[in-house]
Design a protein around this ligand. Structure first.
Ligand code: CO8
Length: 260
C-alpha cells in the first residue's frame, strides 16, 4: 500500500485490520476540513487495500471527536458554506465498502456523534459521552444526525436529544441500540479490534455484500430490499469463498477465505 502521511490522524495496520486514529487532541479532535480530508483518504486507501478486511476508527481517550470545528465554521454564510461543499467528504465515507468499527471514548458530540453513526458497529468505553448539541449553537445536526439518530432511536428520543442537545452516556446509548458494546476505558479499543479480527476471518466478499444489504434497509421498501438481498445471495455462489466455506463445513474443518 502507498504510505500517505497525515497531520491530523494516524493510521496503522494490525493483522488484517486498518486502524485510523483521529489526532487533534488539543481541540478534542474537532473535525476541521483538513482532518476530514485526511480521514476520507485514509478510509478509501484501506478500502482499496486487499490486505485489509475491517477498519477500526478511533480517537483519544478524552475525545473521539467534539464535533465540527466551530472556529472554522463560525464566520460562514449560507453561500460560502454551500460552495465549500464540506459534506462531499461525508458522502465518500458513506460509500466505504468494508465494515468500519467505531471505538469511542470520551466526547462524541455533534459531527463526532454523526461520524460514529456513519460506522457499522460501535464499541464505547464507559466514559464515552454522546450528544447532538448543535441546537446550543443555533444550528441543527448537518452530517446526518437528524436522519440517522432518528432511524436508530425513534422519533421521540431523537426529538428529545436533538432539541435539548443534552449529552448521553455510553450506557444510555447502549440501551437505545446506538452502541453494540460498552467496555472499561482500558479495554474499549481492544474489544473493537477483537470484533474486527472475528469479522476479518470471514469471506470479505460475503462481509461486503452483507454490509451493503443491511444498509439497503434504510433506502428502500421491504420487497425491494428482499430482492436486493436475494441477488447478492445468488452472486456469492460465483465466489471461491462460497465453495470453500461449504466444503470446509462438510469436511468438518475451519474455512480459509481468500476473498475470491
Ligand atoms: N470546535 C473547535 N474547537 C473545539 C471544539 C469544537 N467542536 N470542541 C472543543 N474545542 C476546543 C476548545 O475550544 C478548547 O480549545 P482552547 O484550549 O484553545 O480554548 C479545547 O478544544 C478544549 O476544550 P474545552 O476547554 O472546552 O474542554 P472542556 O473539557 O471544558 O469541555 C466540551 C469539553 C464539553 C466537549 C466542550 O469543548 C464543548 O462543548 N465543545 C463543543 C461541542 C459542540 O458543540 N459540538 C458540536 C459542534 S457543531 C457540529 O458538530 C455540526 C456538525 C455538522 C457537520 C459539519 C461538517 C462540515
Amino acid at each position: 500500500m502507498m504510505t500517505l502521511t497525515y497531520q491530523n490522524i494516524t493510521t496503522a495496520v494490525e493483522d488484517q485490520i486498518g486502524v485510523v486514529t483521529l489526532n487533534r487532541p488539543k481541540v478534542l479532535n474537532a473535525l476541521n476540513h483538513e482532518l476530514m480530508d485526511e480521514l476520507v483518504k485514509a478510509l478509501e486507501a484501506f478500502d482499496r487495500d486487499d490486505e485489509i478486511r475491517v477498519i477500526v476508527l478511533t480517537g483519544g481517550e478524552r475525545a473521539f471527536a467534539a464535533g465540527a470545528d466551530i472556529k472554522e465554521m463560525s464566520d460562514e454564510t449560507t453561500v460560502s458554506i454551500m460552495y465549500k461543499d464540506r459534506f462531499s467528504t461525508w458522502d465518500r465515507i458513506k460509500n466505504i465498502k468494508k465494515p468500519i468499527i467505531a471505538a469511542v471514548s470520551g466526547y462524541a458530540l455533534g459531527g463526532g456523534c454523526e461520524l460514529v453513526m456513519n460506522c457499522d458497529i460501535i464499541v464505547a468505553s464507559e466514559t464515552a459521552q454522546f450528544g447532538q448539541p448543535e441546537i446550543n449553537l443555533g444550528v441543527i445536526p448537518g452530517a446526518g444526525g437528524t436522519q440517522r439518530l432518528t432511524r436508530i432511536v425513534g422519533k421521540y428520543k431523537a426529538m428529545e436529544l436533538i432539541l435539548t442537545g443534552r449529552p448521553f452516556t455510553a450506557c444510555e446509548a447502549h440501551q437505545m441500540g446506538l452502541v453494540n458494546k460498552v467496555a472499561p476505558v482500558e479495554l474499549f479499543l481492544d474489544e473493537a479490534k477483537a470484533m474486527a479480527k472475528e469479522i476479518a476471518k470471514k469471506s470479505p466478499i460475503a462481509v461486503k455484500l452483507a454490509k451493503e444489504s443491511i444498509l439497503k434497509t434504510f433506502e428502500t421498501t421491504l420487497n425491494e430490499g428482499l430482492q436486493f438481498e436475494r441477488k447478492n445471495f445468488y452472486m456469492l455462489f460465483s465466489s471461491e469463498d462460497q465453495k470453500e466455506g461449504m466444503k470446509a463445513f462438510m469436511e468438518k474443518r475451519q474455512a480459509s477465505f481468500k476473498g475470491r
